[in-house]
Design a protein around this ligand. Structure first.
Ligand code: ADP
Ligand code: MG
Length: 694
């Protein structure tokens, strides 16, 4: 039936098309090439007609000119005729008079004397006549010349007339040619129109024939469809039967489906359970591995020592000058990289530290040594790295470095970023940085809006025993660009604050505090590790030059804080029960990062040149003292939280009467050797110096 309907529609469409074709008027087919050509021809025809009109105008002008010239010629001929008649009359008159005169002369000759008289008279008369004659002849001559001239003019005019005639003939020929062309174009156009008409009629006929054929085919199809329809009816009947059967089956399907779903659900549940238990097992293993890794790392660092002291010798620079003062006084042991030899006042002195870096060591070599410490920060350990040494020995170079060759600070942050990224699939980390400085025992924020503001160190009110600095700015950093911005900001703050930054920075401790906070995505476990990078104030003993006033106060503060640091490290290394963290702002601030499982590295910077051997010796002694602390029996973990009130009281009283430097004056085992006249004695008026617990 559908097929039938379709065919019927097709038939209707064909009939409509046929109707349309029949109804189509003999309108010119727009856009066909013949109509374009006929339009062109029409244009050409109108152009030619225009030209003909123009030529006709020209012709009439020429005709007018010819007419005018002919008129003038007739006039001239008339005048010429008049002149000739006048001349003939004159000639006639003159010849008549001549004849009369001759007759008179003859009659007079026939007479005697009286005749003589007559002759005379005649002669007289004859001369007059002769004159008249000659005048007449002259006039005659003139008239003849005029006639010749007129003839010449006439000839020219005739020539002009002839050429005008020729032009007219030419124009006529052209007009005839155009007219013939026009006729031809017109004929062509008519022919084209005729052929177009024929084409159109032919197309209509063809379309009609085609439509008739199609209609016939449609009729045939219709008949076929009708017969098909008759045969389809039994098939339809069987299909209906099938459909009814299927319908019955479908009614029973939900029940079947429910059963299948139930069994599949049970299977999936079992599989999930299995996966879950597998996951639990894996998680347990992972945690165990994590613990193991931490333990191993701990062990490794412990084997190296939780507190390590290394030395770095800077190369001889231009600033060292020339001459004997600038000669090198430091040598190394080729077989042992923990030994350094110094020639001081002609006497060789040797020191053993955890490691010694010669002046050839690169920033990367030094960083390699501290790398393990920095990664332990990610595992939640607190780390302190100090650069110690006299001003100009390379502390800032080691910690900050140069833009082309950055030091520990920037390399550490880069390493942290890459490590954190590696673990990003399991852990979520945030890294924040703070920068502070301690000058004259006053703590200031280098990243704050008001760097002048004094900051206080407080105990966390949560009773955890942790310390914190209210108001210390923390910046979250995610890339090297962020760190550079933070460093730049800190530097700008310091530069605007102090006119002579170099001098100021050598007398203050600069701290970069990096905090790494992590959350284990699968377990929710949280870790916090703190990395403290400290560029200490210059360790040189100012007393040598006899400082006074503010310079002396600065020196006292530096001396005190560096001694306190030495004391704290020594106490920690010897595992003493009491660690005097509170003896300086620096140690108090870093208490968390120095105690417990924390790891500390002291980089002792020394200058290699002769003129600095005194300070080099002093720095190396400090390093060795700190390092060679005997491991005592005290508790391994020393935490502020477990301090007795007695210890607090001790700190309070120490604060009220500032204790002089606790820095020892002696080399290990060499006994006390006081230095008369040195600033150190001036700084210790009581003479009761607390010896370094070495
Ligand atoms: P400090 O901070 O201890 O006062 P600096 O780090 O400012 O000393 O170093 C003093 C000078 O010596 C600087 O010009 C520095 O570039 C240079 N310097 C220090 N250590 C090195 C080194 N290992 N290699 C090259 N130059 C160094
Ligand atoms: Mg410096």
């Amino acid at each position: 039936m559908v097929e039938n309907e379709r065919l019927r529609q097709e038939m209707r469409r064909c009939e409509a098309e046929l109707q349309e074709l029949r109804a189509k008027p003999a309108a010119p087919c727009t856009g066909c090439e013949h109509s374009q050509e006929s339009a062109q021809l029409r244009d050409r025809l109108s152009q030619l007609q225009l030209e003909v009109a123009e030529n006709k105008g020209l012709l009439s002008e020429l005709n007018l000119e010819v007419q005018q010239k002919t008129d003038r010629l007739a006039e001239v001929e008339l005048r010429l005729k008049d002149c000739l008649a006048e001349k003939a009359q004159e000639e006639e008159r003159l010849s008549r008079r001549l004849r009369d005169s001759h007759e008179t002369i003859a009659s007079l000759r026939a007479q005697s004397p009286p005749i003589k008289y007559v002759i005379k008279t005649v002669e007289v008369e004859s001369s007059k006549t002769k004159q008249a004659l000659s005048e007449s002849q002259a006039r005659n001559q003139h008239l003849q010349e005029q006639v010749a001239m007129q003839r010449q003019v006439l000839k020219e005019m005739e020539q002009q007339l002839q050429s005008s005639h020729q032009l007219t003939a030419q124009l006529r020929a052209q007009i005839a040619m155009y007219e013939s062309e026009l006729e031809r174009a017109h004929g062509q156009m008519l022919e084209e129109m005729q052929s177009l008409e024929e084409d159109k009629n032919r197309a209509i006929e063809e379309a009609f024939a085609r439509a008739q054929v199609e209609m016939k085919a449609v009729h045939e199809n219709l008949a076929g469809v009708r017969t098909n329809l008759l045969t389809l009816q039994p098939a339809l009947r069987t299909l209906t039967n099938d459909y009814n059967g299927l319908k019955r089956q479908v009614r029973g399907f939900p029940l079947l489906l429910q059963e299948a779903l139930k069994s599949v659900k049970a299977e999936i549940g079992q599989a999930i359970e299995e996966v879950n238990s597998n996951n639990q097992e894996l998680l347990r293993k992972y945690r165990r591995e994590l613990q193991l890794r931490k333990k191993c790392h701990n062990e490794l660092v412990r084997l190296k020592g939780n507190i390590r002291v290394i030395a770095r010798v800077r190369p001889v620079t231009k600033e060292d000058g020339e001459g004997p003062e600038a000669t090198n006084a430091v040598t190394f042991d080729p077989d042992d990289d923990s030994i350094i030899h110094l020639l001081h006042k002609g006497k060789p002195v040797s020191f053993e530290l955890d490691k010694v870096f010669s002046s050839q060591a690169s920033q990367q070599d030094v960083f390699q040594e501290v790398q393990a410490l920095i990664t332990s920060c990610i595992d939640g350990f607190n780390v302190c790295i100090f650069a110690y040494g006299q001003t100009g020995a390379g502390k800032t170079y080691t910690m900050e470095g140069t833009p082309e060759n950055p030091g520990i600070n920037q390399r550490a942050l880069r390493l942290l970023f890459s490590e954190v990224q590696e673990k990003a699939s399991d852990w979520e980390y945030t890294i924040t940085v703070s920068a502070a400085e301690i000058y004259n025992e006053v703590l200031r924020d280098l990243l704050g809006q008001e760097p002048q503001e004094k900051l206080e160190i407080r105990l966390c009110p949560d009773g955890s025993g942790q310390l914190y600095v209210p108001g210390l700015t923390e910046f979250q950093v995610q890339s090297v660009e962020d760190i550079n911005k933070v460093f730049e900001f800190g530097h700008t703050n310091r530069t605007t604050e102090f006119t002579n930054l170099n001098e100021h920075s050598s007398r203050s401790h600069a701290l970069l505090i990096v905090t790494v906070r992590g959350v284990d995505c699968s377990t929710g476990l949280r870790t916090t590790g703190k990395l403290n990078l400290v560029d200490l104030a210059g360790s040189e003993r100012v007393g040598k030059s006899g400082a006074e006033g503010s310079r002396l106060r600065e020196a006292q503060h530096i001396n005190k804080s560096l001694s306190a640091l030495g004391d704290v490290i020594a106490a920690l290394r010897s595992r003493q029960g009491h660690v005097p963290f509170r003896n300086s702002k620096l140690t108090y601030l870093l208490q968390d990062s120095l105690s417990g499982d924390s790891k500390t590295l002291m980089v002792v910077q020394v200058s290699p040149v002769e003129k600095n051997t005194s300070e080099t010796l002093y720095s190396l002694k400090f390093a060795e003292r700190v390092r060679s602390v005997e491991l005592g029996p005290g508790s391994r973990r020393t935490e502020l939280g477990s301090w007795s009130s007695q210890e607090h009281l001790e700190w309070e009283s120490a604060c009220q009467t500032p204790q002089p430097s606790a820095r020892a004056h002696s080399a290990p085992g060499s006994g006390t050797t006081s230095r008369p006249g040195s600033i150190r004695r001036k700084l210790q008026p009581s003479g009761k110096s607390r010896p370094l617990p070495v």
